[in-house]
Design a protein around this ligand. Structure first.
Ligand SMILES: [Zn+2]
Length: 290
């Protein structure tokens, strides 16, 4: 999966620190990340030393140093920082091969570390963007010096990073598995059923409710498989396998799904892409391991 990096796990302990020359800089513009795509399709984020050399609209290079950066995390010794100033205009850096690409579209194996870094950085960037002001009293928030937390200096409100739990559900019936396609999403390939956990319910209850809402089926023997951070939508995905309980007739919710069908083991239309929990779960079923 995308978080399983051969070079080591993402380390997310917060540091009150500033970038050094080898640090990578994340700059976002409307859900897109500033990135360079090499000829072999690998991806590069600008290093701080490259970043410092870029001239701003005023023609002064130092505007890129003055505004602040926020430490994000570290992967295999490389630190990643979020640029908090105005996004770099694409025209300023196009000659060096940099451009903006949609965060959700970046999923590949060649630069899995960069894809995971961008996705996770976007989760944090969206949280910072949406919490500049206190939701309780409306005053501007300030970053805590020790941990990843925003604090309201006026009313004392403490705001911690927000993660939305959601379930991915593989419904099986002996040698069959239920696959679906979303109705209104960019992602057009086969997927497993999925949905957000509502306040007040357990993840297992989410599984039962989502399966009933989306395809009208009852399920039993719900087993947790694995989880996956999915920063594109601020999610933590929780994967579950479960079995059909009773009638197998699908009553599809056409607002959510474009298609829902049973597929036989050995004849699945999608395979493990090394990125998503959904695809890994399809492979596990295909191999007869669940
Ligand atoms: Zn407040």
């Amino acid at each position: 999966m995308i978080q399983d990096l051969p070079m080591g796990r993402l380390e997310n302990t917060y540091q009150n620190a500033a970038p050094s020359s080898g640090s990578r800089i994340l700059c976002f513009l409307e859900g897109r990340a500033l990135i360079r795509r090499e000829e072999d399709d690998s991806l590069q984020l600008p290093s701080f030393s490259v970043w410092k050399g870029w001239k701003g609209e005023s023609g002064r290079a130092d505007v890129r140093r003055e505004a602040s950066f926020r430490y994000l995390f570290r992967i295999a010794g490389t630190e990643y920082y979020l640029w908090l100033g105005r996004p770099v205009p694409e025209a300023d850096v196009r000659e060096e091969g940099y451009h903006y690409e949609k965060v959700g579209a970046l999923r590949q194996l060649v630069s899995k570390d960069v894809c995971f870094a961008v996705m996770t950085a976007w989760h944090l960037a969206a949280w910072y963007r949406d919490n500049r002001y206190c939701g309780r009293c409306g005053k501007e928030t300030a970053h805590d010096g020790k941990e990843r937390m925003l604090r309201c200096p006026s009313c004392g409100n403490m705001i911690f990073p927000k993660i939305a739990p959601a379930v991915i559900v593989a419904v099986t019936d002996h040698d069959r598995i239920l696959l679906s396609k979303y109705a209104d999403r960019d992602y057009k390939k086969y997927a497993l059923l999925a949905g957000f956990t509502e306040i007040g319910e357990t993840a297992e209850e989410t599984v039962r409710r989502e399966v009933m809402e989306e395809v009208g089926l009852r399920v039993k023997n719900i087993r947790y498989y694995k989880s996956q951070p999915w920063g594109v939508d601020s999610n933590l995905l929780l994967g579950f396998f479960c079995e059909l309980d009773g009638e197998d007739r699908i009553d599809m919710d056409t607002r959510e799904l474009a298609l829902a069908e049973w597929f036989d083991r050995g004849n699945l239309p999608a395979h493990d892409d090394g990125i998503s929990l959904t695809r890994e779960m399809m492979r596990i079923f295909e191999e007869g391991r669940n």
